[in-house]
Write a protein that binds this ligand. Sequence first.
Ligand code: ZN
Length: 481
Amino acid sequence: MKKIFVCAFGAFLMVGSLAGFSGCGEKTASRPHYSIAGEYFPDTRKLTAEMQVTVPNLTGKTLESLSFELWANAYREGAKYAPISPLYRDAAYYDGESFGGISVSSVEGAAGFQVCGEDENILSVSLSEPLDPEKSVTLGMNFEVTLAKVNHRLGAGEHNVTLANFYPTLCAAGENGFLEYVYASNGDPFVSDCADFDVTLTFPSEYEAAYSGEGSISRVSGKKTLSAKTERARDVAFVLGKGLKKIEASAEGKQVEYFYFGDDDPETALKAAADSLSYFSDAFGDYLYPKYTVVETDFPYGGMEYSALSMIAPDLKGSDVAAVVAHETAHQWWYSMVGNNQFETPWLDEGLAEYSSALFLEEYPEYGVNYRDFIHRSENGYRTYFSVKSQLAGDKDTNMNRPLTSYSGEYEYRNLAYDKGVILFDRVRSVTGDKKFFAGLRRYFEENSGRIASPEDLISCFKSGNVGELIRSFTDGKCVI
Ligand SMILES: [Zn+2]
């Protein structure tokens, strides 16, 4: 283990004088590839893992270092950016204060590494040779994750062990360097390019496992080992639970499964998952992954999306079940297949996922939600928020293109990213009519699948200056609602 250099904060470094030097590695791949072999030990709440990651340089620039997000460090004692807002803290930390974190003990194939970033959130790896464009480098890492006792994306929860965002995650490539973000308790700070994953995870045999991707489970002497594979995914996630049960359906030729532990009406969530997968496939374009998994897990609010897997909270009631499942399923299109910068422009996937849920519920009235009621709720919620903000706080800034860490809290984030997003897409649909509206969304999906799209990419897909002006008037905070 060497820690030899000052963190470069992931800047791409141009190495013009090294023309003709062959960068490390020979293989050129179109996406990063992660091989992770880990074992979870419940007694100590620790996951130990070896990871091999192959990173192709698709930036067009020579790289001297790579940056990885260490999302697990947000759960450590003393973290500056807490993973959970004060509103949900008590519900999440069910057994009082608890901490976790990640420790990277070695990085093979590199000149050195350092944990840095504003909140120990970045693993900066100094390459042993400059990495030229179109060349790849393979690194080996050993790391150990300690889980906090917390009902959240990564934690030993009251019922399940939830393993998401647990491994060092290559930062997405931006125009001016790697995109490095701190954790944010409002929204989802995760921004990743698509990658391929091969994961083996060993755990005590009394656990059942829900996981993204295709896989199989073998048993050896009191333990199970899951081997799972996912391609073209933003991430990989697992839920382990002693009481997890599974029911299955199919939609569009894809396997749909629902894991649950306390849901007394599991058929509703499964049906909503299958119905929404069918609806969005028809409305926007084909679902890419071979199966889709929804899992009820320990989560203090709503749900959470990962590639080919959605988590939903255990306390959902009535029509909220279908609304949340549809919202998370829509994220397969607007997050997983079409990515966006969720940290800088969270409305783009959240507003679209929430509006897609409204579209689904409009098409499937049996779930008991009226489309116009859905829109009115968003309008009323947003107007109340704006009234409070402008009259009491004297602040009329409703700009939607703002980073997660700039929101004052859950209330502002909810109203600007979700409710105002829903109103935005409802108004666009009113202006374009259904035919052009859905054609625009289909185009946005086709042209941006596998990419990280921007608001301007969305605007361009409607091929209308009026729509562009309308969307910008919302995002710039200039329109009156
Ligand atoms: Zn969402």
